[in-house]
Design a protein around this ligand. Sequence first.
Ligand code: CA
Length: 231
Amino acid sequence: MNAKVHILLIEDEKSSCSYITALLGKTGYHITTAATGREGLSLAASLCPDLILLDLMLPDLNGLAVLRQLRSWSHIPVVIVSVCDEEQEKVEALDLGADDYVTKPFYPNELKARIRTALRHSHHHTPGQIYEALNLRIDLDKRTTYLNGQQIHLTQIEYQLLSLLAENAGRVLTYNTILRRIWGPYAEENNQILRVNMANIRRKIEKNPACPQYLFTEVGVGYRMRENENG
Ligand code: CA
């Protein structure tokens, strides 16, 4: 139980490497680093780390190619660490099976939170049956939602959306992932229906829908729900 969580950092940039290694070392993680995509893949196979932090711009392989290869044999949680603020790359990485991403420069707490969330989702894969944060409580067994202790009425689709995000609380889900999970594999790649439903949910649960406390928009990427405070 006391074995340190082992993180493999695949990153070529020396300053970023030493910064992250120092930061996570202080937090109590054991870090191994790889400076190229190929070295990263081989260390991932030989060391079986608990989590991988993956830079997208590597000298040999593109980070997305590393991720694609990795996902052909492994479910190790992967958090992308990237300078590219390019939404398309984030979306692609998430759709390829990355668990989350942080964009450099990031706040130390942001990286640590993303790591914790990714580890939690990989360790006990059964999501909690109760989502609870601030004044919102969702009973995922009974399919009921309460705000300030009052039950609120959601349509079928609204509840499906909210519970999907609650089960993945703390992680970003891309528009495509959400559309496919709710409307099926042949869902049109049309975010409009999603946006309308999200706006309706926000009107019901957010005090100020323009400044949400529960459902955050990751611009151009998808949605992230506030962390579950219930364990
Ligand atoms: Ca790099």
